[in-house]
Design a protein around this ligand. Structure first.
Ligand SMILES: [Zn+2]
Length: 537
């Protein structure tokens, strides 16, 4: 290290709040605490000092500490400590950094997530809080004039982000950031100290003080191995236990300084990526498939659902297990979705692959739509697959109230009518109707009268009693009820306008008019017209 760098580092230490007590802090803490912890209690806030390990180990800086500690640092349980575990050539090494790096390498071989930066999430043993208090009290007792408030002490978690964050950045060529889509989670537990907070709960009970609700982390859902190394209670809970505990009370039951640490920490490293959002449009051919899995009392009512058919080929692209499905509205299970389809978004949870090119999306569309997943392909196809930023996902819901939709209904008319008679009715524009909540959805919707607009109508005659009725309507219009009138609950209806009985035999949504997501596919699967059921031919 150059003299210039060394004197800059000294200057950075000198501005720290407790610098004037450094000789005394050194005197009190050197036998049991590591160099970084001494810096923490001195309130040194400059991250680069903590990551400059050579600064701490270089002979001329050894005023901070004479060689490695005989035991494990009692303030950080060794998490920030350098010790004699290295090779003969390079004997002093960080106690855990190498190990964490190895565990991370192991985890990284399991993922294909592509990332340039990462952030750290750290869960620490709650005993660190008790120990920090104990050392703080020790310094107050032993250092004339020392009145360092707890906030002046640099938190271990913060410090670990500076040191470990930097270490992994250098070793893994990935930039450490305080916010990133890619998270390395480090869970630390220390067996020999994990009951050190318990006296606080007992004391609170004895004193009749209010106790916080215990948050037992090991009951929290966690994946695989993480579960075993979760601390039993959260640090937050232990901090709350310390509320209202005076120094006098604390020292009655907790040793000052804290006792030696007799076991090393156990570590667990896991990786996670924030969700990726895949948008697209689905085209639904079946009149017997619900949008979401249809389960009543634990029993599946249909073998397939739209969202499962979509997730089928898309999830493996990201090597992901879980997803959430969102769509711009939904159609009844007996209604087809034709045309360019209905916009949807799949939120892919914890993807192991994070970059998928447009060419791959087009290939998957082609494979699926041309029948690669035989049965499923005949039920649902999809187009316009693409990754969208999280901020755009809300467009799918925002559009729910404002978008319009087009429909084609196969309608039976009881009396024979001329084209002129039909045209007189279908030529109306922006017909306003009042719809009372349909009988068939009353069990899940509140009873209300909703005013809706039928922007336009059109028809194509099939024969004397059958027509295709084309509708362009405001979002939220109940089409089946508009056609048959729902026993007079929709006014006016196609039935009331015609003055005869009508019924709707089949319905297709032909267009959901939402400008999301971008239309990127050029191959759009075709759909046939709704067919007249054979028994009516
Ligand atoms: Zn330490």
């Amino acid at each position: 290290m150059s003299d210039e760098v060394a004197s800059q580092l000294t200057a950075d230490i000198q501005v720290s709040p407790n610098y004037k007590y450094l000789p005394s802090i050194l005197d009190v803490l050197s036998p049991t605490c590591c160099a970084r912890c001494i810096l923490r209690f001195t309130g040194v806030q400059a991250p680069h000092i903590y990551s400059k390990t050579e600064m701490i180990t270089e002979p001329e800086r050894k005023q901070l500490r004479e060689g490695p500690l005989p035991g494990i640092c009692s303030a950080c349980l060794g998490l920030l400590e350098e010790t004699m575990i290295g090779s003969a050539r390079d004997p002093i090494q960080h106690r855990y950094e190498g190990k964490i790096n190895e565990m991370l390498s192991q985890e990284l071989t399991q993922t294909e997530a592509q990332f340039d930066d990462y952030t750290l999430a750290i869960s620490l043993p709650p005993s660190l809080i008790i120990r920090q208090y104990s050392i703080w009290y020790l310094l107050r007792q032993r250092t004339q004039g020392f009145n360092g408030d707890v906030p002046i002490i640099v938190e271990i978690k913060e410090c670990l982000k500076w040191t470990l964050g930097r270490f992994l950045q250098d070793h893994r060529k990935m930039e450490f950031k305080f916010q990133s889509n890619f998270t390395v989670t480090l869970i630390v537990k220390n067996e020999s100290t994990n009951t050190e907070h318990e006296f606080l709960a007992d004391m609170k009970e004895k004193e009749g003080l209010q106790k916080p609700k215990p948050q037992r982390l090991n009951k929290r859902r966690a994946n695989g191995d993480n579960k075993k190394v979760m601390p039993e209670v959260s640090s937050n809970y232990v901090s709350k236990l310390l509320d209202d505990i005076t120094f006098e009370k604390f020292k009655e039951s907790s040793p000052i300084p804290p006792p030696p640490v007799t076991s090393e920490c156990s570590l667990a490293v896991s990786l996670s990526h924030s969700p990726i959002y895949v948008a697209g449009r689905y085209i639904k051919y079946s009149r017997d498939i619900s949008q979401s899995p249809w389960v009543i009392d634990g029993v599946r009512k249909t073998q397939f659902s739209v969202e499962e058919i979509l997730a089928g080929p898309i999830l493996p692209m990201f090597k992901a297990q879980g997803y959430k499905f969102m769509s711009a509205g939904r159609e009844d299970s007996d209604v087809r979705m034709t045309g360019r389809g209905r916009p949807f978004v799949l939120e892919i949870e914890n993807p192991k692959v994070t970059r998928v090119g447009d060419d791959v999306f087009r290939k998957i569309e082609h494979l699926h739509n041309s029948g690669a997943h035989s049965v499923e392909s005949t039920l649902v196809k999809f187009v316009d697959l693409q990754i969208v930023p999280k901020g755009e996902v809300s467009k799918i819901k925002e559009g729910e109230q404002t978008k319009t939709k087009n429909y084609r209904a196969l309608v039976w008319i009881s009396r024979s009518m001329t084209d002129e008679e039909l045209r007189a009715i279908t030529e109306r524009k922006d017909l306003v109707i009042d719809q009372k909540t349909p009988v068939r959805v009353l069990h899940r919707r509140t009873l209300a009268v909703r005013q809706k607009k039928i922007h336009s109508l059109g028809f194509e005659r099939i024969n004397e009693h059958f027509i295709y009725l084309d509708l362009h309507t405001e979002s939220g219009t109940y089409i089946k009820e508009f056609v048959h009138g729902d026993l007079g609950r929709t006014q006016p209806s196609f039935t009331s306008l015609l003055g005869c009985q009508t019924d709707i035999l089949e319905l297709d949504v032909t267009s959901v008019n939402l400008d999301f997501p971008s239309q990127v596919s050029t191959e759009i699967p075709e759909t046939t017209k709704a067919e007249i059921p054979h028994y009516l031919k």
